[in-house]
Write a protein that binds this ligand. Structure first.
Ligand code: MN
Length: 325
């Protein structure tokens, strides 16, 4: 069961130390929401930090310089762990099993429809376009003054999760939220500069490699491309550098959906995108133990590229006919 903003606020009131966690391979919404929350809690006198196992992605780190981030479990207990943007407990970047032993309460704040309500207190708002939107609402209701630094972080999350306000979750509410954040001092030009206009050469190279195998399947309805481990090493790139690659496939005219496949040591990681409200890629991902949203989801399949492609093509073929394409 999901709770209310008031429940989260009353859970947080009186707490003097809070660790704000988020999911593995944290993206702009994960770090923007977690960063803004930790930053404003810290400003109000709480010992609040962001806790993630991995380092902050290069393009996001300039926007998080004012946020205290730790990369290990706390040495001493904290009052609460807040996880943002994290649909399931195993997706938390730091080990939740140990974190549970270190805190008295776990608060789960998220917008993924697949969120299982795994916290002690849960604020799951699937209508929200980004976790940043929920955290913004929470901070306002909590009486925090959302300063320029926090507003910029929240804007970063909202911008990224709506595909720069190009996806179907770019609702009027998302635009209102963006407008309010800009009123509060968010800097859209600064965010765009770091997120979109400063690509490392290796990231552009990996896109070039991926383009060489861009392909359409199922009568042009599904666009696919892939990046092998060799391509990654040839480009000097890491998994993080492949984030925008799926959008290349997504932009193919006539495609109803897109798949990006990235080779891993033990199989393939797939990113799925739907271009039509009638097609729910989260349901396809769920067939393979993955998750996400209706229009964007991800999963992992073990096997060779040919085996994985055959499996995913079959799943899309069924989904297309169910959607009436
Ligand atoms: Mn999100």
């Amino acid at each position: 069961m999901t709770g209310t903003y008031e429940e989260v606020l009353s859970s947080l009131s009186g707490m003097s130390s809070v660790l704000v966690c988020t999911h593995v391979a944290p993206d702009a919404d994960a770090l923007g929401s977690a960063g803004a929350l930790a930053y404003l809690l810290a400003k109000s006198g709480v010992d609040a930090k962001v806790g993630i196992a991995e380092r902050i992605p290069e393009k996001l780190s300039p926007l998080l310089t004012k946020v205290q981030v730790v990369h290990e479990l706390p040495k001493s207990p904290v009052d609460a762990v807040v996880a943002v943007d994290t649909a399931t407990e195993p997706r938390v970047s730091l080990p939740m099993g140990e974190l549970r032993g270190l805190c008295s309460k776990v608060i789960n704040i998220d917008h993924h429809i697949s969120n299982t309500g795994w916290g002690d207190v849960n604020l799951v708002v699937p209508e929200a376009s980004a976790s940043a939107q929920i955290v913004f609402e929470l901070l306002k209701r909590g009486g925090h003054r959302v300063c320029s630094t926090a507003a910029t972080l929240l804007y970063m999350g909202l911008l990224d999760d709506t595909g720069s306000f190009r996806f179907s979750n770019a609702t009027a509410e998302a635009f209102r939220c963006a407008a309010e954040l800009i009123d509060a001092g968010a800097k859209p030009d600064l965010v765009a500069e770091h997120l979109y206009f400063s690509l490392p050469l290796r990231e552009l190279k990996i896109r070039a490699y991926a383009l060489t195998n861009l392909n359409v399947e199922l009568d042009g309805r599904l666009a696919m491309l892939s990046v092998s481990s060799k391509m990654l090493s040839d480009a000097g790139a890491t998994a993080e550098d492949t984030e925008g690659v799926v959008d290349i496939a997504r932009s193919v005219t006539g495609a109803k959906a897109a798949v990006f496949m990235r080779e891993m040591s033990d199989g393939w990681k797939l990113s799925l995108r739907s271009k039509d409200e009638a097609l729910d890629v989260q349901q396809i991902a769920a067939q393979f133990g993955g998750g996400g949203h209706k229009m964007a989801a991800g999963l992992k399949i073990v096997g060779t590229q040919a085996q994985v492609e055959a499996k995913i093509l079959k799943a899309f073929e069924q989904a297309f006919s169910a959607a009436g394409f």
